[in-house]
Design a protein around this ligand. Structure first.
Ligand SMILES: Nc1ncnc2c1ncn2[C@@H]1O[C@H](COP(=O)(O)OP(=O)(O)OP(=O)(O)O)[C@@H](O)[C@H]1O
Length: 242
């Protein structure tokens, strides 16, 4: 399979703190990859680094043969990778369509941006609420509008940062069905979610971070059975739930 994104030996230091330590992995077209790890493991830093909000201290990030590390977020978006923003991405005073139009304006004039926005809303089953105010939406609708905004940038790699955080299990299942269908159409999703059930059900592959380093990578079943991951993360979650 052709590699879409290649992350090679990426290290990020904030002063003396090593937030990411020599991280390497690839993402392929049409897969959903989860990123897990305890609080402070470096998940947000990795997402921010991928989209150009944080510059790596060392390493290379390559999309289809072109280096994107050191580029700014709007340039990275033009290479096809964008990220949702945890809880803060939507403009509450604007309606759903305009929230998505704003994202599409990064590459289009207004008329094209409106068409792109309407197509994304239609694709995600949100056409009927295009004129609704964001403040009036349910949590699952908000989650899908965030995904629509990311899609409207024409990204092929969507980094989803806890878009399902506020959802109940049934709502999560509905959003996961939509995400799976986007994957089946060829989009690549890289997902941070604290709900382990969602991560395990949704992802084709999972990467586990601890103290800024990748400690494991594998299918959900492999990750769930990995003693290092259980010790670092799942064990704590299980003991929290108990
Ligand atoms: N801008 C920054 N300046 C200094 N230190 C930072 C900065 N951003 C993150 N860090 C530190 O880097 C480490 C990794 O943080 P990060 O937020 O990436 O972890 P995380 O896995 O996303 O955690 P959480 O699950 O709590 O969101 C932490 O020790 C954090 O305090």
């Amino acid at each position: 399979m052709t590699t879409l994104l290649q992350v090679e030996n990426v290290t990020v230091r904030f002063g003396g703190l090593v937030a990411l330590n020599n991280v390497s992995f690839t993402l392929n077209p049409g897969e959903i990859v989860g990123l897990i790890g305890p609080n402070g493991a470096g998940k947000t830093t990795l997402f921010s680094t991928l989209v150009g909000l944080v510059k790596p201290s060392e390493g290379r990030i390559v999309i289809e043969g072109e280096r994107i590390d050191g580029k700014r977020p709007h340039q990275v978006a033009r290479h096809g990778m964008t990220k949702t923003f945890q809880n803060v991405s939507l403009f509450p005073d604007m309606n759903v369509r305009d929230n998505v139009v704003v994202a599409a304006l990064s590459h289009s004039n207004l008329a094209d941006a409106r068409r792109t926005a309407d197509a994304a809303l239609e694709r995600l089953g949100l056409a009927s609420i295009a004129d609704a105010e964001v403040a009036d939406l349910t949590f699952p609708q908000r989650a899908l509008v965030e995904v629509a905004r990311a899609m409207a940038t024409r990204a092929r790699i969507l980094l989803l940062d806890e878009v399902m955080a506020a959802l109940n299990p049934a709502e999560m299942d509905a959003v996961m069905d939509v995400l799976s269908s986007l994957r089946d159409e060829g989009l690549t999703l890289f997902v941070v979610e604290h709900h382990m059930r969602a991560i395990m059900r949704l992802c084709d592959r999972i990467l586990a971070l601890q103290f800024g380093g990748l400690i494991a990578s594998g299918t959900p079943a492999e990750i769930a059975a990995n003693p290092v991951v259980i010790e670092a993360y799942l064990g704590r979650e299980k003991s929290k739930e108990a």
